[in-house]
Ligand binder design. Sequence first.
Ligand code: PLP
Length: 440
Amino acid sequence: MKTEQTIHKWVHKNPILQDIIDLRPTTWINPYKKSAENIPNYPIQLHDIIEASKLWDRFAPFFRVAFPETKSTNGILESPLKRIPKMQALLSANAIPIHGNLYLKCDNALPIAGSIKARGGFFEVLQYAEKLARNTKLLTTDLNYSIFYTDTFREFFSQYKIGVGSTGNLGLSIGIISAKLGFQVKVYMSGDAKEWKKDLLRLHGVQVIEFSGDFSIAIQEGRKETNADPKAYFVDDEDSEALYLGYTIGALRLAKQLEEQHIVIDEYNPLFVYLPCGVGGSPGGTSYGLKKIYGDNVHCFFVEPTHSPAVLTGLITGKMSEISVQDIGIDNITEADGLAVGRASKFATEISRHVISGIYTIEDDVLFRLLTQLMDSENQFLEPSATPGLIGPQRIANTDYAKKHNIDMNKVTHIAWATGGDLVPQMQRKYFYNKGKELL
Ligand SMILES: *Cc1c(COP(=O)(O)O)cnc(C)c1O
């Protein structure tokens, strides 16, 4: 906890910080956002994203053999983009109406991992595996990557270890893909990680190290132990460029889907995207990629639980990843395990500062209500962490954002990014659904 005096100084400069400390749902419009042409030259450009996306094409033959559920898509992992008119109507009833069209980007349905972590987490592990294989000449560029799923390769990778700290989904994705490639994997799980996620990992042969404390404890320990071992590689959720690059590719994929569905994005038909945010890596990478494609015609908003506003706290105080929510007296306790982090990613947040349009916070009860409403209206299940983008259009309509930017809200394509859910067991689904029902 920072001293009263320091906090008081910050609140004086940014009165909205008091609402955040008091756990009130808040909508913050980012004063540091730059127009697309003035965004600093970060190490990642559009051509880097396109180049990076080719890694997925190289590994498609591996996925086809290692994960037969990806055969029907030829080893390519992607999720649908769906219009959700019934949910749009349900949300609009007796409330602020949602103008424009509301879509769901269903990353809950990404194969194998059942969450957006299949984009960043898988990407980082595959990139590392490819590098190791190339260094030893096991791999020449013209080989078909199905050889990654052979005993020779698995034996080779078994000398190496991969470590990751996680509240759940990142550990799941890294654990499953690494174990499949033959790596020894250790997942350092925070106290809020769900039991079923740990059980599933053990089933895949992953070593799960449990902590009673929150994410920062788990990641600290994991980093220390992994980095002490010369044959081990740590996927560092608080500062990873590779993870981030993996997420940017999601923007390319989305742009292709919008085109296929004849949805025009231009100056008169802007795109609003609402992204659930933990450390800020997945929403940050996605937003950055979208900016590189659509420039000022895309408007990206993050959403964090009122009890875990890590990126919001970092941006408002200017302390970025050097401050935690606990430093301003917030407990980081939320049912949204995918978002239960108290400190922002360093790499991602420096960039997001100039890219995103704003951040809003949401109470846990609303997550459950949205989960139930989406089931009732669209018969679509999401985990609680994946639902908060759905109220984005209404939260932003409640500000002067559209007026300031001269936007006709009737022309907006809204996308709520649904970040996870397909791996959640039936029992848990029922429990979440009933909880939302009680709250409605
Ligand atoms: C990880 C995760 C997020 C947030 O991603 P960050 O990179 O931590 O910001 C959102 N939703 C779900 C379901 C997640 O698992």
